[in-house]
Design a protein around this ligand. Structure first.
Ligand code: MG
Length: 362
């Protein structure tokens, strides 16, 4: 089915404009002239408006004098298709960068957004994606304070690519990173695995069957904030060692990165992983392993054992952590390896896949 023939939805909202009346992005919208100013004034600003963005200078200027350490990250989004169950490229672009900043124990504050638009993209589609970015930015309580749009000829991009960058303020007393995992630490996973990747495959029609699975794409900064507040209240912020969101490459890849960075062994138990039955079924049919499938609303927390129970309880009380579990622990040897006790009781080395399993998933 052609994209234009089917209704386009963002979490339930159907694009209200009939195909024949949809205005399209044309090359002139990227020209720097009147058309581009119209596009920015009529399409971008109404959605993303805030005083810093509206100043419309060459760069945005802001004050972070209350911050001693800053986290910064950037991420480009090329997901295909642009809309998938549970989200779209706009929500993904905001959450991706918000989450990467949050994973450094930082409170995300400002984002920038760069749009590479293919000539011919329906303007109402762009508008829906911007609405979705605004909703996600509001959820995360961040503002988009600088942006850029470029239009390329038909066939030179696939509808729309979005790059977002962001900065955040690192919480006082918190120093987290893959290198800080240490033997004895507890490994917590905030929920089910594989939902995002399988939702995108479903949207592509690659599953071969109808499934009810939604992407988990969500901003994780508020739940990270709760964990930091809890650890600080316990006078134990130094007991927080690693946060990481297992996006591309899934849980297995993220754990391998951490094991290598910290020169430890991470040992997990497959029986403790929670997988949506639809994801399990899809993986079985396609010959995929959910530990390698992308997530966009989950994170791994590696913490001192004294904090584990409190964090688990706090997570399970939060809608984004309902299915949180302790999935394993950090050991000394074999350093740089991830071991998984399988459902049949054997132990296997969980490796990093050699290539991209599922291209253009984020
Ligand atoms: Mg990440």
């Amino acid at each position: 089915m052609e994209m234009e023939d089917r209704p386009i939805t963002i979490t339930g909202a159907v694009c209200p404009v009939p195909v024949q009346h949809r205005d399209k992005v044309i090359l002139g919208h990227g020209s720097g002239g009147k058309l581009m100013h119209d596009l920015i004034e009529k399409t971008f600003l109404p959605q993303l408006d805030n005083p810093i963005l509206r100043a419309s200078n060459d760069a945005s200027v802001f004050d972070l004098s209350n911050a001693s350490r800053i986290a910064m990250s950037t991420d480009s989004h090329v997901v295909s298709p642009l809309f998938f169950p549970g989200g779209d490229i706009g929500r993904l672009a905001v959450c991706g960068t918000v989450n990467d900043i949050a994973m450094m124990g930082a409170k995300p504050v400002y984002l920038t957004a760069g749009f590479i638009i293919e000539e011919g993209l329906d303007l109402p589609v762009l508008d829906m994606i911007l609405t979705s970015m605004k909703v996600a930015a509001d959820e995360a309580d961040v503002r988009i304070i600088a942006g850029d749009t470029k239009v390329v000829q038909k066939g030179k991009a696939d509808g729309l690519y979005i790059n977002t960058s962001g900065i955040g303020i690192v919480y006082d007393g918190v120093r987290v990173g893959g290198e800080f995992a240490q033997p004895g630490d507890i490994v917590i996973l905030s929920g089910t695995i594989g939902d995002h990747g399988i939702a995108v495959l479903q949207a592509r029609g690659d599953l071969g069957f109808e499934a009810e699975i939604e992407s988990d794409v969500a901003p994780l900064n508020h739940v990270i904030d709760k964990i930091v507040q809890y650890a600080s209240w316990r006078n134990s912020a130094t007991g927080l060692h690693v946060f990481r969101d297992p996006t591309r490459g899934g849980l297995a890849t993220s754990l391998n990165e951490i094991a290598r960075q910290s020169r430890t062994c991470i040992s997990i138990d497959e029986n403790l992983l929670v997988t949506n039955p639809t994801v399990s079924a899809a993986c079985e049919i396609l010959g995929l392993d959910p530990v390698y499938i992308a997530n966009e609303g989950k994170f791994i927390a590696i913490v001192d054992p004294s904090l584990a129970d409190g964090i688990l309880e706090l997570l399970q009380d939060d809608p984004l952590g309902r299915n949180a579990r302790v999935i394993g622990e950090v050991k000394k040897e074999p350093a740089g390896r991830v071991l998984m006790k399988t459902s049949i009781g054997s132990t296997r080395v969980l490796d990093i896949p050699s290539g991209e399993l599922l291209p253009r998933i984020c």
